[in-house]
Write a protein of this length. Structure first.
Length: 156
């Protein structure tokens, strides 16, 4: 798996996906296209279940297993990245047009907020250097309650 970092249009993403299917000797189908189109339009961390319900609005005949397998294919070719947060459920985010980022996850509503903070990145690099590590990557997930959930708790 690799992460595609260049700025890619939806047409470019479809071309990468079609080429991956061809290399795997798999058929390009309308169902796979619908799933990819829905995923490419989502700007969030979507579970297979969420994608399944969204795709059913476009193509009611699509099965859950087809969505699951298509997301695996999109991950294999770098167009999707599979994440596992504390709840253990696989969630997918775009693997293109993205820079490194970290996540804040609300324990109340499940909201996921991406953020970048250069000071944290610099501190991590300094700690690794000081302890004799050469970093190959990292992921940071911070858990807590979002502003809306804090308000609901305070008024509830």
């Amino acid at each position: 798996m690799h992460r595609v970092k260049d700025k890619l249009s939806t047409a470019d993403r479809f071309a990468i996906f079609k080429e991956h299917l061809r290399r795997q000797r798999l058929k390009s189908t309308a169902q796979r296209d619908d799933i990819a189109r829905v995923f490419f339009s989502h700007n969030r961390h979507s579970s297979v279940e969420e994608l399944y319900h969204a795709v059913k609005q476009v193509n009611p005949g699509i099965g859950y297993a087809t969505v699951y397998r298509t997301m695996k294919l999109l991950t294999e070719c770098g167009l999707a990245v599979e994440r596992h947060f504390r709840d253990g459920e696989a969630r997918y985010e775009s693997g293109v047009n993205r820079e490194h980022h970290d996540h804040l996850i609300c324990e109340g509503c499940g909201k996921i907020v991406e953020f970048e903070e250069e000071r944290i990145e610099a501190l991590q690099a300094e700690v690794a250097r000081r302890l004799g590590f050469r970093l190959s990557g990292h992921k940071m997930e911070l858990y807590g309650r979002c502003r809306d959930c804090q308000k609901a708790l305070a008024t509830g």
